[in-house]
Design a protein around this ligand. Structure first.
Ligand SMILES: [Zn+2]
Length: 348
């Protein structure tokens, strides 16, 4: 089959569309999906540049997000049948460890993500556990393959951050940094679904205009404005209840300065760098909570797919490329020009 692979870590120059062996036919409890589209995430760029011990072998098939048609099912699978259109949850858990037994699949001791720890979705075929797929919900107008592929990783991640970890309530103030990013945009939309008031930031006025169309109550350009000062002005000096910060090093101090007493800051990563400096004095005095979050569990995935089925959280697609253009697609992601998801179609 054709796949977009990494031949060595270091950069996009090591990526290529190549002919690779088909994945194995599905074993017990597994399904094989003929992919129709895949979507890009910042995670893929981290894998391309190199993470400790990853990937485990080359050539490595990239891509966490994808959607397609069930091509074959293994023994014991009854929830889906060949021909069914499915979304794929990119998080792979063993379903046997103490955390999985407690329903916390993204805390699994053997947790892995497609395209990072396992062969990815930028390929014609992928074999995954059956509990990682769900039928594509029927919508009017119907979801495109590209929209279906763009849904899972950011929606699941943002749901756990906003609903489970930060427990955003109706009427609360939420600050979301870098609204061009897929998780940030999904977090804003989920916070709006929860009835929160959302302040979104970006360095691009065009992205801020789009954010207002998509539900942001207030938008701030973080290139030209001191965010904490603006947040104090917007909230009558109070600050926000929750900050969603996936930027990291360059934003952390302003995030802490933007919080109301008792505020929560939730993060699933740092696109600007991993080392955060936290002054302990406001942390304890104002009783802030710092919350880490990664992907989500099976119940959270079911919840976001149900939201999609009700017409919410339909992915915003920024640009679409053919599989042969996947490197160009990653170059666009790397330049940070997008608002919403960049996707790749797979001919099949
Ligand atoms: Zn587990």
């Amino acid at each position: 089959m054709k796949a977009f692979v990494l031949r060595a870590t270091g950069g996009l120059e090591h990526t290529v569309v190549a002919e690779v062996p088909d994945p194995a036919l599905p074993g017990p409890g597994e399904v094989r999906v003929a992919l129709r589209a895949a979507a890009l995430n910042h995670l893929d760029l981290f894998v391309i540049r190199g993470l400790p011990g990853l990937p485990r072998a080359f050539p490595h098939i990239l891509g966490a997000d994808g959607a397609g048609v069930i091509d074959a099912i293994g023994p014991g699978v009854s929830a889906v049948q060949p021909g069914d259109p499915v979304l794929i949850n990119p998080g792979i858990s063993d379903y046997t460890c103490e955390f999985c037994r407690a329903g916390e699949h993204s805390l699994c001791v053997d947790y892995g993500i497609l395209g990072e720890h396992h062969p990815g979705t930028l390929a014609e075929l992928i074999t995954v556990p059956a509990h990682n797929v769900r039928r594509v919900p029927k919508l009017e107008p119907a979801l495109s393959w590209v929209e279906a592929a763009a849904f899972s990783l950011v929606s699941l991640t943002a749901w756990r951050m906003v609903v489970t970890r930060a427990a955003v309530q109706s009427g609360e103030w939420v600050l979301v940094w870098g609204i061009g990013g897929g998780v940030s945009l999904a977090a804003m939309r989920i916070a709006k679904l929860r009835g929160a008031r959302v302040i979104a930031t970006s360095s691009s006025d065009a992205k801020l205009a789009r954010a207002r169309e998509l539900g942001a109550d207030f938008t701030l350009n973080h290139q030209s404005l001191k965010i904490a000062r603006e947040v104090r002005a917007l909230t009558g000096k109070r600050g926000v209840d929750v900050v969603v910060d996936n930027v990291g090093e360059t934003t952390w101090a302003e995030s802490l300065r933007s919080l109301a007493k008792g505020g929560r800051i939730v993060t699933c990563g740092g696109t600007s760098g991993p080392k955060l400096v936290t002054d302990v004095r406001p942390l304890f005095w104002h009783q802030f909570s710092i919350l880490g979050s990664t992907m989500g569990n099976a119940a959270e995935y079911a919840a976001v797919v149900e939201q999609l089925g009700q017409g919410h959280l339909r992915p915003v697609v920024d640009a679409v490329y053919p599989l042969e253009g996947a490197r160009e697609a990653f170059e666009r992601l790397d330049r940070g020009e997008q608002i919403g998801k960049i996707a790749v179609t797979i001919a099949g």
